[in-house]
Design a protein. Structure first.
Length: 311
């Protein structure tokens, strides 16, 4: 039996960069205030989900050596589709020349991990190749007069190709959770902008990340000490620090890119994953813990044994 594994990866960020100093000219804030409370220094804006997804997806396919007619399914994790309908996945499918099924998945900032777990289940059912993309363009739904939210969010996309070519399972354990009672602490109405009750989001986010990660680690049959690197949702460095402290994992074993990306929702985990790979922080056989939380309130975690194709 063959198992699903990641064979190609790529990211895309829009060209326009908005720094903290730029924001200080728009609202009552400063680089020091933003950095101290979030760890964010700049973010990319003015992107669209379909354009960023197509660029990242095409590059990931090229890296994996996969042609358009070989992809069996496209999963696009996003909470900011370009249109109410059709699904942005359908537009990306056409742009990439794919002939497979294509669907958007909305689990907010947890979306990429939801997509990863879903893709692996399809592969257990004998689907051979899946293109999974996490992409969000949050700059389009930010209230640029609200300093409590506009300093946090950015745009970006990350894509991975999964192929059923592994000799052993790479997804060792996972956990998907949702608590709809917290839906009103972080939301955006149709035609509106992001509304966030920051203190409550922080409190619940730490608990959600800790619980989901703990469950995934237990189901994988490993311990926190076995985790080589944590790839967390890139929302706020203080949330990451508090969550890892509860898990007993040092920050040195964490992939963080939010300093120059901000919170990119479903794109944040693949952006951090690819950065860690490109900087040789992940080696074959390493155990990677991906964990995130988002509006809903959703949360998700997955323990992945890194099994790239031989170079």
């Amino acid at each position: 039996m063959s198992y699903g594994r990641i064979t190609g990866w790529a990211t895309n960020l829009p060209e326009r960069v908005l720094t903290n100093d730029d924001l200080a000219e728009m609202v009552d804030t400063s680089d020091e205030w933003i950095t101290a409370r979030s760890g964010i220094k700049s973010r990319h804006i003015d992107g669209t989900v379909t354009e960023m997804s197509a660029i990242a997806g095409r590059a990931a396919m090229a890296m994996a050596g996969v042609d358009a007619d070989q992809v069996d399914l496209l999963l696009l994790a996003t909470t900011t589709a370009d249109q109410q309908f059709p699904a942005s996945a359908s537009v990306v499918q056409h742009e990439l020349g794919l002939t497979c099924g294509a669907v958007d998945m909305n689990a907010a900032c947890s979306g990429f991990v939801y997509g990863l777990v879903t893709a692996m289940q399809f592969m257990n059912g004998s689907v051979d190749r899946i293109l999974l993309i996490g992409a969000d363009a949050l700059s389009g739904i930010v209230d640029w007069t609200d300093r409590g939210t506009c300093v946090l969010f950015g745009d970006g996309a990350g894509a991975v190709v999964l192929e059923r070519t592994g000799d052993e399972p790479s997804l060792l354990g996972w956990d998907l959770m949702s608590d709809g009672s917290a839906a009103d602490i972080l939301y955006c109405d149709h035609g509106g902008t992001i509304v966030m009750h920051g203190k409550e989001v922080f409190r619940r986010a730490v608990m959600a990340m800790t619980d989901s990660a703990t469950n995934a680690i237990a189901r994988a049959g490993v311990t926190a000490d076995d985790i080589s690197i944590v790839v967390p949702h890139q929302a706020n460095v203080r949330i990451i620090e508090a969550s890892l402290k509860r898990l007993g994992i040092p920050m040195e074993r964490t992939a963080i890119v939010l300093g120059h990306t901000g919170n990119t929702s479903a794109a944040s985990i693949p952006l951090a994953l690819v950065d860690a790979i490109d900087n040789d922080r992940i080696a074959p056989g390493d155990l990677v813990l991906m964990v995130g939380f988002g509006a809903g309130m959703s949360s998700a975690a997955a323990v992945l044994r890194w099994d790239p194709p031989a170079s």
